[in-house]
Design a protein around this ligand. Structure first.
Ligand code: ZN
Length: 131
């Protein structure tokens, strides 16, 4: 008995909606994105000292941190590509990977309820860092 194997275009988004978990702003995405952007042990963006365990948890929980060395307060997105962005961490994480896969911005915008122009801007901004 033989079955024909149907090969699908790996860039097809036909089934992507099934893989988008909700909520996109949950702690799983937040932790992954912040560790990628800030490192496993985040440093103070002002003086460069490595944050302690309590400060690290504040960063991973998307809370502002006051550096005990220099006294400067910083937000977890400060100094990263997400500084000033209103994207949720989940939107960013999924968009980043879909862009890296070569998925067209129009499809990503529809999938993540983002503006097409916004996704095009992100593709331009992330050029060179996309895996
Ligand atoms: Zn500092």
């Amino acid at each position: 008995m033989s079955e024909s194997v149907t090969r699908t275009d790996p860039r097809s988004t036909a089934d992507l909606a099934e893989f988008v978990p909700a909520p996109l702003d949950g702690p799983g995405f937040r932790h992954r994105v912040l560790i990628v952007l800030r490192g496993e042990w985040p440093e103070c963006p002002s003086c460069g000292v490595t944050f302690d365990d309590v400060q690290r948890l504040r960063v991973l929980n998307d809370r502002p941190v006051v550096c005990t060395t220099c006294g400067i307060s910083s937000r977890p997105r400060a100094g990263t590509v997400l500084e000033g962005s209103t994207l949720t961490y989940g939107q960013f994480w999924i968009m980043y990977h879909l862009l890296a896969m070569g998925i067209q911005p129009e499809k990503i915008a529809t999938l993540l309820s983002l503006s097409r122009g916004g996704v095009y801007e992100w593709r331009k901004r992330l050029q060179g860092v996309l895996i």
